[in-house]
Design a protein around this ligand. Structure first.
Ligand SMILES: *Cc1c(COP(=O)(O)O)cnc(C)c1O
Length: 369
């Protein structure tokens, strides 16, 4: 049996008819940039997130970047975020000239350790980017409280958390959140894509300029922007998929539950923990194991693809070698980087596949004690 981490061809095959229809219509329309299709997607996705505005962009990375710019974050400012995330969360903070201030993660939930956020604040702190990692919401209440007390901006990195909820509210729970439509995400395009969703009219307006070379009206450039639009073809694909997102997330949760019941009792395997009050949408199903590398190899040899999210913590990446970050600075993140392993997880996974993965993990653990 061959099992991929995420099996996109299988999902595409199920949607093939509607996708082909949509492609034919888009080809005939000849409108590929800033079309009505994009507007339709933006309106539908904003509604899905319970927000007033969604602005389609070329990636989740740019959603974070343009949000920081729209809120006026820049050189001299510090932005707090989690030490375990995809690299671009911290990269964009650096890229706009601000300083990423990393905070370790909570050992149970792997999202930002809220008890350490306030200690990381200085007079330069301007914003916090909590990351809803693996599909699980960060503990937002304490973050919202700090933001209110110190007048900080919050931009939620919801790039792995489409449809995830915190205490009954879909993320983002604050006014603004960034999403990625990278193909493997819970809602994925056929290439790069992203969106910023917000209730802030000023931020939404600004994004329309920033993503389009600083022009809202063609050839009239009011500011220096960049080119970061979501293609209409991608919007069309996303419109086909969005109606399924809720049921896909439900299936992911069912798969996680089955994994939990099969793996939970195996000595040496730590199953993922759900935070209280969160609706985890299992973008990734991440276990922990002391002999992670050997386990990964064992699974690979039996046709099971796994990935480490992420093997190198942000503060130890070469790109940040000129920063003050030191090994040992974020012990939980560093500890987890050595133990975590993401098992195959996608809504179309069959029970037989889940059982095979679990059985193979079990066999490895039993053999190598
Ligand atoms: C995917 C991802 C991003 C970046 O999104 P892209 O669309 O790939 O640019 C940012 N943060 C997190 C947590 C992600 O998973």
């Amino acid at each position: 049996m061959k099992i991929r981490l995420i099996d996109l061809p299988r999902q595409n095959a199920l949607l093939k008819k509607s996708l082909m229809q949509v492609f034919e219509r888009e080809i005939a329309s000849g409108k590929f940039i800033l079309s009505e299709r994009l507007e339709k997607f933006e309106k539908t996705f904003a509604e899905f997130c319970g927000k007033k505005y969604a602005i389609g962009l070329n990636s989740g990375t740019d959603a974070l970047r343009l949000a920081l710019l729209a809120y006026g974050v820049g050189p001299g400012d510090e932005v707090i975020t989690a030490a375990n995330s995809y690299f671009s969360t911290a990269m964009v903070i650096s890229d706009i000239g601000a300083t990423p201030v990393l905070v370790d993660i909570d050992p149970a939930t792997s999202t930002i350790d809220v008890s350490k956020v306030e200690k990381s604040m200085t007079t330069k702190t301007k914003a916090i980017i909590p990351v809803h990692l693996y599909g699980q919401p960060a503990d937002m209440d304490p973050i919202l409280m700090l933001a209110r007390r110190y007048n900080l901006i919050i931009i939620e990195d919801a790039c792995q958390a489409h449809g995830s909820e915190y205490k009954g509210t879909r993320v983002p729970v604050s006014e603004t959140g960034a999403f990625s439509f990278y193909p493997g995400k819970n809602l994925g395009a056929f290439g790069d894509g992203g969106a910023l969703v917000t209730d802030n009219k000023h931020v939404a307006e600004k994004l329309l300029f920033l993503r389009n070379d600083g022009a809202k009206m063609k050839y009239y450039h009011d500011m220096i922007g960049m080119k970061s639009r979501l293609d209409s073809l991608q919007a069309a694909v996303l419109l086909v998929k969005l109606p399924y997102l809720k049921s896909w997330n439900k299936k992911r949760r069912v798969i996680a539950k089955l994994y939990n019941s099969l793996l939970g009792d195996i000595p040496g395997i730590q199953i993922p923990q759900e935070a209280k009050g969160g609706y985890h949408v299992y973008h990734l199903y991440v276990i922990e194991c002391d002999r992670r590398n050997a386990l990964q190899l064992y699974l690979k040899r039996r046709g099971i693809e796994t990935v480490i999210h992420y093997p190198v913590p942000i503060h130890l990446q070469k790109a940040f070698r000129n920063k003050d970050y030191k090994r040992g600075a974020f012990p939980v993140t560093e500890y987890k980087a050595k133990k975590i392993l993401s098992l195959p997880m996608f809504p179309e996974m069959t029970e037989r596949e889940i059982l095979f993965v679990a059985k193979t993990v079990k066999r490895f653990m039993e053999r190598s004690v």
